[in-house]
Design a protein around this ligand. Structure first.
Ligand code: ATP
Length: 388
């Protein structure tokens, strides 16, 4: 880590008008042998923005982060931080710092010594170190733990210390690589709130790597959804949830039910074996194979009274699972050997149904998104099988 002044005076730099904390990747490619880990990726991150890189394992999130940090060098393209190209600048002289999932604290040093370590290496005056360490520990509410050893702390507390250590010199950009991955669910959710608060208070740019879509949705100003080394969609949480740019994004963010089949009605519907599904086309051609996506919360389920079904957006099935999720009820409806639907209703309005019941599911066309078929991505395993 370094200060902006150090970075700006580094020899190979070009200074632009971008503010401190801006990060720009332009046409960045990284290969490991034949493997393209990051593929011609361009991304501009605003100063003070909280951006998440989200995607399945192996899509290039960590490699992207490591290139911004300086632990890896791009084969092609350029990266700038605060308007300055970081090409050739070693990690410790970039105005960024990284927090990893493994806290990497020195076990033989106290908490305060761990936080002070980087400042000592830079021969910062003692009084200044003391002040900065106290401030950093205050930031993460850990001041009273300064004399403890890392082994005397819980996982969540150790991660707070790792954060304090990364923030002690107030970098312009904090890079976080699955920092909450080792914590249990409740602590994880608490830390998500804390991280977000901390970030807005400090105004530091956060680049957060995660494969957990809930985490990305709850914290980020924008989310970059990555696939095979590229960004498939870059948008805020509302947009990626409500208007996913592709079936891949639709499947990765939140839960979806997919109907697959031939495109029908000149691109206004997909004719699946179980139903004709009408919807809103996102990028669908008027012929070929397509998929229709509808979220569990938009499907109604009721007992089958034997009446005639509408010509589209309705299916008969059998209830094979009911789960109480607290504020919602979740139903699993078997349509045939090859497909089931997940349905969620708010608990107060949930129909009273029993496993084995014959049911009818219906949904409105304006809640259906239609995409071109994307079997290649599916074979990569991005769709989680429905579970009760
Ligand atoms: P995960 O969520 O599992 O950490 P990721 O999205 O962060 O995955 P990367 O770690 O960036 O993905 O890896 C991208 C691709 O590059 C993967 O196919 C990976 O196997 C490969 N890769 C990453 N680091 C190396 C390396 N040092 N040597 C060879 N291949 C690598």
């Amino acid at each position: 880590m370094t200060t902006a002044t150090d970075a700006e005076t580094a020899p190979e730099t070009t200074v632009s008008t971008e503010g401190r904390g801006a990060v720009r990747l332009q046409g960045v490619t990284k290969r490991y042998g034949d493997q393209v880990a990051v593929d011609d990726l361009s991304l501009t991150i605003q100063p003070g923005e909280f951006i998440s890189l989200l995607g399945p394992s192996g899509c290039g999130k960590t490699t992207t982060l490591r290139m911004i940090a300086g632990f890896e060098q791009p084969d092609e393209g350029d990266i700038s931080v605060s308007g300055t190209s970081v090409r050739g600048i070693p990690p410790y002289r970039r105005d960024v710092n990284t927090v990893f999932q493994a806290y990497a604290l020195f076990p033989h040093l106290s908490v305060a010594e761990n936080v002070a370590y980087g400042l000592q290496q830079r021969r910062t005056p003692k009084a200044e170190i003391r002040e900065k360490v106290t401030q950093a520990l205050d930031l993460v509410q850990m001041r009273r733990f300064g004399d403890r050893k890392p082994t005397q702390l819980s996982g969540g507390q150790q991660q707070r210390i790792a954060l304090a250590r990364a923030l002690v010199n107030r970098p312009a950009v904090l890079l976080l690589d699955e920092p909450l991955g080792a914590l249990d669910r409740q602590l994880r959710e608490e830390m998500q709130l804390e991280l977000k608060l901390l970030q807005s208070r400090l105004g530091i740019t956060f680049v957060f790597v995660t494969h957990d879509q809930g985490e990305a949705l709850s914290m980020s100003d924008r989310i970059a959804i990555m696939r095979a080394g590229r960004i498939e969609q870059l948008a805020d949480a509302d947009t990626v949830y409500a208007r996913p740019a592709s079936a891949y994004v639709a499947a990765f963010v939140g839960q979806q039910n997919f109907f697959r089949g031939a495109v029908a009605e000149s691109g206004a519907a997909v004719s699946s074996p179980h139903a004709l599904v009408r919807g809103t086309a996102v990028t669908l051609a008027s012929t070929g194979q397509g998929e229709a996506a509808v979220r569990p919360e938009y499907i109604r389920v009721e007992a089958d009274n034997g009446g005639v079904l509408p010509d589209a957006n309705a299916v008969r099935g059998r209830l094979i699972g009911v789960s109480h999720l607290g504020d919602t009820m979740q139903y699993l409806v078997q349509l045939g050997d090859d497909q089931s639907l997940i349905v969620r209703r708010p608990t107060p309005d949930a129909p009273s149904l029993t496993i084995g019941d014959a049911v009818v599911c219906t949904w409105a066309a304006h809640h259906v998104l239609l995409f071109p078929a994307d079997e290649a991505a599916r074979e990569g395993g991005y769709v989680a099988p429905p579970t009760t």
